[in-house]
Design a protein around this ligand. Structure first.
Ligand code: ADP
Length: 551
């Protein structure tokens, strides 16, 4: 092999903020602060403060490879910490504050975090946990002296004081691009959370991927509202992708209710935003109550869980916002597929376009995908066969942090745990999580399809379908719904509503109306808990030894 003669400049995250400073120095970063007011800064100033923070961290002895934890919302200080920590070669470990307290302690100890940056919101929580946090020697509360509370945390200092005395001259070091840049634990609905250790190289390559037109398609003309938390798979890469193209950044702090999100969309003339379905549900409720519109917003990316058709229709048809379905995983940095249309879809009517938009999207260059059966044989890409979804690529996890063995098979494929179809146009559609799929009479029923159909009912706010034991069919679907305010849908009207939307033998055997459904720390339905709760649920069809499937 003849080696190429091009430069081997390493791909490091510091190059992103450096670029944004030089080419987009006056582009704004706007934050709804935890303290309350809206704060405005620029890429140039954020870079200057990241250099001060880099000096401050170096001064207290943080070394390359060591982990620095963050327990914080989306703010400019958290953004600066991202760049300062990784920029000196240390590892930015974002911790999800919505996890159980015992899991937070487990994660911080497992990662061996040396320093913890925390928001004001979490001072009480961390004071409670501190006796169990074995490796943290210093706490930096992300606020200024005026808002710094009295705290018993060891060596606690407020962020502004921590960086105040530090010089803003700092040359970002050059090192191996395979060095770890950040660490994020999957929420681990079963077992202990697992750490995904991103590299500088994987992060920069993922940013190139994210910026492509048919992926997030960011540009210097965009104003980007980062709803997805900085602690959820690096906010889907937005804090790296936005500086790469000089897009304006808008951070919502801790306020994700419909009204607060709407205010930022309007005042900051946001053109692009991304988050999980729960947040968009709250926004839609606010819009419908207040009668407001979305004149500036062009694209809204929704991922983390399936985006129901009714949500796509509301954004596309009512508010003229392109609703873009995204699929990925913490283990994938996280982007895997994005659901934009192809040229050939332009001729379709809106309903058929929405059929395409309902799929999880087309594979992004850089992510290889295939579906296989239980014997690992590849299945056809015909949009019908469904099987275990496998992925491979330079921004996909190879092993978990401090875990024995590999996370991939002998050929480098990572098993996503999702069951999906792939169609000839390259669109992937999730049928289910492999553990959520309902196995009825030897056939599979997609809980996601049923849920998406059920939330289309005007009286239903949220729906969840789980498999419940059945003497004849092994498992049958049980539909759990949370009604819209003031509504009380009946079983009969819901089943009637689903009748023309799914095949007959998929119809749920029973319906339970609940006040709320449990969610994971990343906003997904906690189906494992519901399955446990309803494991002895007696379906009416079980008593009769009869089910719709036998009709
Ligand atoms: P966690 O939230 O548990 O930390 P991830 O955010 O990595 O983990 O979750 C990844 C999983 O979320 C995927 O494997 C898939 O099951 C689900 N998921 C993500 N996006 C979508 C989507 N657009 N539609 C359906 N499921 C999705």
């Amino acid at each position: 092999m003849l080696r190429g003669l091009m430069q081997e400049r390493p791909l490091l995250t510091s190059s992103l903020i450096e670029y944004a400073d030089i080419y987009h120095g006056d582009t704004e970063i706007v934050t709804r602060t935890i303290e309350g007011p809206i704060h405005r800064t620029t890429y140039r100033e954020a870079h200057r403060r990241a250099r001060k923070l880099a000096n401050a961290l170096t001064a207290i002895g943080v070394k390359p490879g060591e982990r620095v934890g963050t327990l914080a919302w989306n703010t400019y200080r958290h953004f600066e910490a991202y760049y300062a920590i990784s920029g000196i070669g240390a590892v930015c470990h974002t911790i999800n504050p919505r996890l159980f307290e015992s899991q937070i302690a487990y994660i911080a100890n497992h990662a061996e975090d040396r320093v913890l940056f925390l928001d004001l919101t979490f001072v009480d929580l961390v004071e409670r946990l501190a006796p169990t946090l074995e490796t943290i020697g210093r706490y930096v509360v992300m606020t200024d002296a005026a808002h710094m509370p009295k705290t018993r945390l060891k060596n606690a200092v407020c962020y502004e004081e921590f960086i105040a005395g530090a010089s803003d001259s700092f040359i970002w070091p050059t090192f191996d691009e395979m060095a770890a840049s950040s660490l994020c634990y999957t929420s681990g609905t079963t077992g202990n959370p697992k750490g995904v250790l991103y590299a500088h190289r994987s992060t920069v390559l993922h940013s190139f991927g994210a910026c492509m037109t048919d992926v997030l398609g960011l540009s210097a003309r965009d104003s980007v509202l980062v709803i997805v938390p900085l602690f959820h798979a690096n906010a889907w890469g937005l804090p790296y992708a936005a500086p790469m193209v000089g897009a304006k950044l808008v951070f919502p702090g801790s306020k994700l209710d419909g009204q607060s999100v709407f205010e930022l969309l309007e005042t900051e003339k946001v053109t692009f935003t991304a988050g999980v379905p729960t947040v968009w549900l709250m926004l839609l409720e606010h819009l419908s109550k207040s009668g407001k519109d979305l004149p500036f917003l062009e694209r809204l990316v929704c991922g983390g869980s399936a985006m129901p058709r009714s949500m796509i229709e509301a954004f596309e048809l009512k508010y003229d916002v392109r609703a873009i379905h995204a699929w990925g995983m913490t283990e994938m940095s996280p982007l895997g597929t994005l659901g934009l249309l192809k040229a050939k879809h332009a001729a379709l009517d809106k309903a058929h376009q929405i059929d395409v938009l309902c799929k999880q999207g087309r594979g992004v260059y850089g992510v290889e995908m295939k579906i296989v059966d239980d014997k690992s044989s590849e299945l056809p890409r015909d949009g019908k066969a469904f099987g275990n979804l496998m992925v491979r690529g330079p921004w996909i996890c190879r092993s978990y942090f401090k875990a024995e063995g590999s996370a991939v098979d002998a050929n480098g494929w990572f098993h996503t745990g999702d069951v999906a179809t792939l169609d000839p146009d390259g669109y992937m559609q999730i049928t289910d999580r492999s553990k959520d799929v309902i196995k009825s009479g030897g056939e599979w029923i997609s809980s996601i399809d049923l849920e998406n159909a059920a939330v289309g009912h005007p009286k239903v706010k949220e729906a969840c379908v789980i498999g419940v034991r059945h003497p004849k069919w092994d498992e049958r679907p049980l539909l759990l719904v949370v009604p819209c305010d003031g509504q009380s849908p009946t079983k009969d009207e819901l089943i009637e509503f689903l009748r023309d939307k799914v095949v007959k033998w998929w119809l749920p055997d029973d319906v339970v109306v609940l006040k709320e459904l449990p969610h994971t720390a990343t906003g997904k339905l906690l189906k494992a808990k519901l399955r446990e709760e309803y494991k002895d649920y007696e379906l009416p069809t079980a008593k009769l030894q009869h089910s719709p499937a036998s009709d």
